[in-house]
Write a protein that binds this ligand. Structure first.
Ligand SMILES: Cc1ncc(C[n+]2csc(CCOP(=O)(O)OP(=O)(O)O)c2C)c(N)n1
Ligand code: SF4
Ligand code: SF4
Length: 367
């Protein structure tokens, strides 16, 4: 990928490529193109979806918005002079496993784009990247990333990642998992990893529901939302994940939605540059089990909702305590916390070195 970073792209050198067979017709690219370059075609691909088409190529500024937002990695800019022939995520993913399992209009693929772009921009090579996931639709991310990746047991991504980060300090350990996996069965681990400032970046894909198992209520389901286990509406107060991570002492805490692809990518990049515990919550559509059951429309409708209802955090006005989410109300987004404190590994090394002196053998272990 020899493309020059940060330079405005010359439209004469670039064109858009659409892989119609990869497309599941979600319409994200058409809706979120700032230049109205794209429109949905009337053609069907072999799976029965309508892919987009480039209706007005002369309007395209090659801003990459469509490439970032497309959860199927199906639309991308190419340039012979800039030697870019594939989607930017191709390098980081096991493309032989595509199409992925995620439903049309699911936001998980969009979060994956933000992660791969952040890895590229943070200059973290694939052989220094460790991806750990738990179980769930979001938990399947580990299987698609073309790096060392681990699909662990339900709720146990964080303890697995803690061991990995302590044993291999030269690696960047990244947990990508769902809100149910991380904060219900895995909740205890989540608090303690933040408290201990364990060396990892956690990306929590929060779709407000247990997706993979059929739409049961989760600790993040907003009050009154319908889930299969709360047919008259959820009645528990949901977790405010940024507030929990902040209170436990995380070094970096952010929340964005899959509509905010640039901010999400930048937040992940900042998180990756932290040594200790960082949390990026990515609010993401689950049209199949949250959207449909609550009659909120498809993935595109949920994305439009994020666009309309997201409120940027203002440092002077808001803290993470204001980041509660209630049903169909405003969603506070932003980079909430950025602080420095010794990571788990540093604290452990310093404490043991002070107690044991030369008897303490740190990493790398000689021989
Ligand atoms: C010990 C155990 N309990 C329950 C399950 C069933 N299970 C698998 S995924 C899942 C929920 C996943 O929800 P979430 O983490 O929100 O991810 P999503 O599917 O929404 O991305 C559950 C309950 C399991 N696999 N193992
Ligand atoms: S690159 Fe940007 S301007 Fe061009 S079609 Fe995609 S979103 Fe629109
Ligand atoms: S069930 Fe929901 S979270 Fe799972 S792939 Fe489908 S839309 Fe995505």
């Amino acid at each position: 990928m020899a493309e020059q970073k940060g330079k405005k792209k010359d439209p004469k050198e670039w064109r858009l490529e659409i892989d119609a067979e990869r497309c599941k017709g979600c319409g994200f690219c058409v809706e979120f193109c700032p230049k109205n370059t794209l429109e949905m075609s009337n053609e069907f691909n072999s799976k029965g979806y309508h892919p987009p088409k480039v209706a007005a190529p002369e309007t395209c500024t090659y801003c990459d918005m469509c490439e970032m937002v497309c959860p199927e990695f199906a639309i991308y800019a190419v340039s012979e002079t800039q030697k870019k022939e594939t989607h930017f995520s191709d390098e980081y993913l096991r493309m032989d496993r595509m199409p992925h399992i995620w439903c049309p209009g699911c936001g998980i693929g969009t979060v994956v784009n933000c992660l791969t772009k952040a890895l590229e921009e943070a200059d973290i090579p694939r052989d220094k990247t460790q991806i750990v996931s738990g179980i769930g639709c979001s938990g399947r991310v580990a299987g698609y990333v073309n790096a060392d990746s681990y699909h662990t047991t339900h709720g146990r991504a964080i303890p697995f990642a803690t061991g990995l980060a302590l044993a291999a300090p030269d690696q960047k350990v990244i947990v990508v998992s769902g809100d149910g996996d991380l904060t219900a069965i895995g909740g205890n681990h989540f608090f303690h990893a933040a408290r201990r400032n364990a060396n990892m970046t956690v990306i929590c894909i929060n779709n407000f529901i247990y997706g993979m198992t059929g739409g049961q209520v989760a600790p993040t389901t907003p009050e009154s939302a319908i889930a299969i286990t709360t047919p008259y509406g959820a009645f528990d107060k949901p977790f405010n994940l940024p507030f929990i991570a902040d209170s436990c002492g995380a070094e970096f805490v952010a929340r964005w939605t899959t509509y905010h692809v640039r901010h999400l990518q930048n937040a992940i990049k900042t998180a990756l540059q932290k040594d200790g515990f960082s949390l990026v919550e990515a609010i993401s559509p689950c049209p199949t089990l949250y959207g449909r059951r609550n009659k909120l429309g498809d993935g595109l409708d949920l994305m439009k909702f994020y666009k309309d209802k997201s409120v940027r955090m203002k440092k002077k006005e808001h803290t993470t305590a204001d980041a509660d989410i209630s049903y169909q109300n405003e969603i506070l987004v932003g980079n909430f916390v950025d602080r420095e404190r010794p990571s788990l590994r540093k604290a452990m090394d310093e404490s043991l070195k002070a107690k044991l002196g030369d008897k303490y053998v740190g990493w790398p272990v000689p021989g």
